[in-house]
Design a protein around this ligand. Structure first.
Ligand code: GLV
Ligand code: MN
Ligand code: MN
Length: 411
């Protein structure tokens, strides 16, 4: 690359990406939509500007490789995701992808040769907003979700991922090499914290100790429909009233464990008429805890509440577990490598444990993995108001570049 060109600025690049999918409440870049594809195209453009070798796998994950001194060494992968929740912010995911590209750019400009190849990665579909599986790209790459199963997932309109990836508006990017294999020496992910710990501590760098276990479910509650004006209250089997009991049982079970969080974030009521008794309710459930047995407590409480609504209201419900990811401890040698990188930069860094899900959870199943956090102002994320200071965004990229060098030297 032309060493004389202006170095890319992470703040400017994130502002460019933030225009894609922007609406009043935030950013909506669901997988395989035109906005999300445009973000993947930008990744390719930026990677090619840095003369990185770009490839794509069959589900659309993108890789931008800089060769290392040892040509057949396994690669150090560094990345995150470009998709967002429906009201996402500018940094969740995008920061780690741009950060990876910019950290590689820093190494190139500083003529730092690594032993391992290093690849910046944009994983597809981390949020699970459109297709019902979080960490879709990284899970498929790591072999935790078979590729055929991933491609057969359907969105709310019944379109499969395979169909979505074949469409010109949202699909795969034509003309790229197809990436084969999944040999990984180590994985690093840079991310905004999405919580208040770093800001409260006045420290700009966090080293993640572990990511909490996570399960996602779909619950279908089947009642009996009827006329809102004529069916007496004692003869109803209202699916939404029964579902409301389930919501409260979930909340109270999660609270009682102390460290579990449970969220019903999506509810569909059928047929959805103001004067029609609800026939069916389909809702999502997301439960997380550092201790998987606490997730089982919530599952158990939900099942008991379902038995109760069936008995007392004549309304049965079925729970489908869509996703289950164990807690993911981050690799101690990589955490130490990040700590050394922070010391080199003269920056304090503290340990943080996290409840948000990340692609690092999947990568940790096949290779040593670790994460670097920078503060989120007000701890906000998954909302349009998500912010991180420009100074912290730039510091995180420096820390990531230094961590790559440290990890490259780590046996
Ligand atoms: C992704 O941000 C998740 O934690 O679900
Ligand atoms: Mn994220
Ligand atoms: Mn997210």
């Amino acid at each position: 690359m032309a060493a004389t060109s202006k170095p890319p600025d992470v703040v400017e690049r994130l502002a460019t990406l933030a225009k894609l999918g922007k609406h009043e409440g935030g950013i909506d870049r669901a997988l395989a939509t035109p906005a999300e594809r445009a973000a993947r195209e930008l990744f390719v453009t930026w990677a090619q500007q840095a003369q990185l070798e770009v490839s794509q796998d069959r589900v659309g994950n993108l890789f931008a490789r800089r060769h290392g001194a040892i040509s057949d060494a396994k690669a150090i992968l560094v990345g995150s995701h470009l998709d967002t929740v429906p009201t996402g912010g500018a940094y969740d995911g995008a920061y780690g992808v741009v950060g990876a590209l910019n950290a590689l750019d820093l190494l190139i400009r500083r003529n730092i040769v690594t032993q391992h190849p290093v690849e910046a990665v944009a994983w597809i579909g981390e949020e699970g907003s459109r297709f019902p599986l979080g960490c879709l790209g990284s899970s498929t790459f790591c072999g935790l979700t078979p590729e055929a199963q991933a491609l057969a997932l359907t969105d709310e309109n019944g379109l499969t991922l395979q169909q979505a990836l074949a469409s010109p508006e949202g699909g795969l990017i034509p003309g790229l090499h197809v990436r084969q294999g999944r040999a990984v020496a180590a994985y690093l992910e840079l991310h905004v914290e999405q919580g208040p710990v770093l800001e409260d501590s006045g420290v700009s760098l966090g080293i993640v100790t572990a990511i909490a276990a996570q399960r996602r479910y779909r619950v279908t509650v089947d009642g009996k429909s009827g006329h809102a004006g004529t069916v007496p209250m004692d003869r109803r089997s209202d699916a939404l009233s029964a579902a409301s009991e389930l919501f409260l049982a979930i909340e109270s079970a999660a609270r009682s464990t102390g460290d579990c969080v449970a969220t019903v974030g999506k509810v569909v009521v059928e047929p959805g008429g103001t004067n029609v008794i609800p026939l069916r309710v389909i809702f999502s459930l997301d439960v997380r805890s550092p201790d998987e047995s606490h997730i089982l407590c919530v599952e158990d409480a939900l099942q008991k509440a379902i038995d109760h609504t069936k008995r007392e209201r004549g309304v049965p419900a079925v729970v489908e577990r869509l996703e289950s990811r164990p807690a993911a401890p981050m690799a101690p040698p990589l955490r130490e490598a990040i700590r050394r990188a922070a010391i080199e930069l003269g920056q304090p860094a503290i340990d943080v444990a996290r409840g948000a899900g990340h692609d690092a959870m999947c990568l940790a199943r096949i290779a040593p993995a670790a994460m670097i956090f920078v503060p989120s102002i007000g701890g906000l994320s998954h909302v349009g108001e998500e912010r991180t200071s420009a100074a912290d965004l730039r510091l995180g990229v420096e820390a990531l570049a230094a961590a790559i060098i440290e990890v490259d030297r780590t046996p």
